[in-house]
Design a protein around this ligand. Sequence first.
Ligand SMILES: Nc1ncnc2c1ncn2[C@@H]1O[C@H](COP(=O)(O)OP(=O)(O)O)[C@@H](O)[C@H]1O
Ligand SMILES: [Mg+2]
Length: 290
Amino acid sequence: MSSDETTVSGAEDRMAGVEPVPGVGKPDPVLVADGVRRSFGGLTAVDVEHLEVQRGTITALIGPNGAGKSTLFNLLTGFDRVDQGRWSFDGEAINGRRGHQVARSGMVRTFQLTKALTRMSVLDNMLLGAQRQYGERMAGALWRPGWRKQEAANTERAMALLERFRLLDKRDDMAGSLSGGQRKLLEMARSLMTEPDMIMLDEPMAGVNPALVQSLLGHITSLRDEGRTVLFVEHDMDVIMGISDWIVVLAQGRVIAEGRPSDIKSDKQVIDAYLGAQEDEAEAGEGDDG
Ligand SMILES: Nc1ncnc2c1ncn2[C@@H]1O[C@H](COP(=O)(O)OP(=O)(O)O)[C@@H](O)[C@H]1O
Ligand SMILES: [Mg+2]
């Protein structure tokens, strides 16, 4: 992670001169993917020729339902296997690695449907998050010298993150008793247990009440401002246009457009492929609790 202070304008500067065309190179990409393909039966879910994500930015991944956004997240973070393709994180090839190995290299993700273990306390969810990311071996290594020290450090870090995400007073509650929005916060907090350089958020705002959306937006921005790279999937165009430094549009598994919010807003292909589809979705109606 870079130690210099990154601001909104800093992130914009990094993208200065980058052409808004699919697959375009970035000045300092932290993630580079090539020929990433995944089919389910006869359906090609992901077919990404070339994609670079600029370090230290908030990049939104948008596209209609079924475009392949979650599948792409799964592939890049080692939760699903590609048919073809390779990608690197921070200059290191990481294709073929499993989820916890990818996390150890500094890239973590959250899930569209939160994975909080409902019958476990909020604090234990945090600690388990750390342990998982370090790999399964750690769990059975209670006897190891240094383990207690590690545990104390993990607890301290968990408490600090719970405070930051305003969940500290919930630490002994079962995760299942949290609201949908609080679970999203917990999942984001948990993903930070290993100090990742890059965090991938799959619909972090879905089903969250408007007050919590504001606080989630603030958290996402501060992740970027402390030097991390954020790639997130979202449907709300106001949210996307408001906080993204760069937007990548996926349709039928392919990157059909990418650019600054202003580029995407005026892109006819995007409006046809995405904004039109979103209106249909809104008409169909979506509901969830906060
Ligand atoms: N495990 C799976 N088995 C079969 N089809 C899948 C599976 N996962 C995703 N798909 C299909 O792949 C396509 C992309 O899905 P997904 O990545 O979830 O899209 P998005 O997140 O953009 O809405 C969809 O058509 C979906 O039905
Ligand atoms: Mg999805």
